[in-house]
Write a new protein. Structure first.
Length: 135
């Protein structure tokens, strides 16, 4: 059915840390999620993440959730307020640097993150959306 809150509950194929992008798991059951590696991230784990394969966790949908979300920087470069955010393998995100390819935008940063940030310093506030763009 429909989810008016912008959240769904799913089991993970393994434990998944908080604030990481997720995608549909290829294995059964089809409702499980896995950490985003490539393809189509449709949501992110919420505070606390998914702690085990037997305990479902909240997934915040990228498109349709009310309010802002929190994502985790991959730490490879600083993220500035207003930067377009894209997913990278491992469920983390970075500022878009693509110039001649299709990109799947997952949000706009509304909080800065320093280069090399790790742990909770890499978690930042984002206005999430889902948009495919040719650059």
């Amino acid at each position: 059915g429909t989810k008016s809150t912008g959240y769904i509950t799913r089991f993970g194929d393994a434990a998944i840390a908080q604030y990481l992008l997720v995608q549909k798991d290829a294995s059964a059951p089809a409702t499980n999620v896995t950490v985003y590696t490539s393809g189509f991230p449709f949501g992110s784990t919420d505070f606390g993440g998914i702690t085990s394969t037997t305990q479902p966790g909240a997934i915040r949908l990228l498109a349709g959730s009310v309010g802002t979300g929190t994502l985790t920087s991959d730490g490879t470069a600083a993220i500035l307020v207003g930067d377009i955010i894209v997913g990278v393998s491992g469920g983390k995100v970075k500022t878009n640097t693509a110039t001649t390819t299709e990109i799947l935008q997952v949000g706009v940063a509304i909080e800065p993150v320093s280069n090399g940030a790790t742990s909770t310093d890499a978690e930042f506030e984002v206005c999430t959306f889902l948009n495919n763009k040719s650059v």
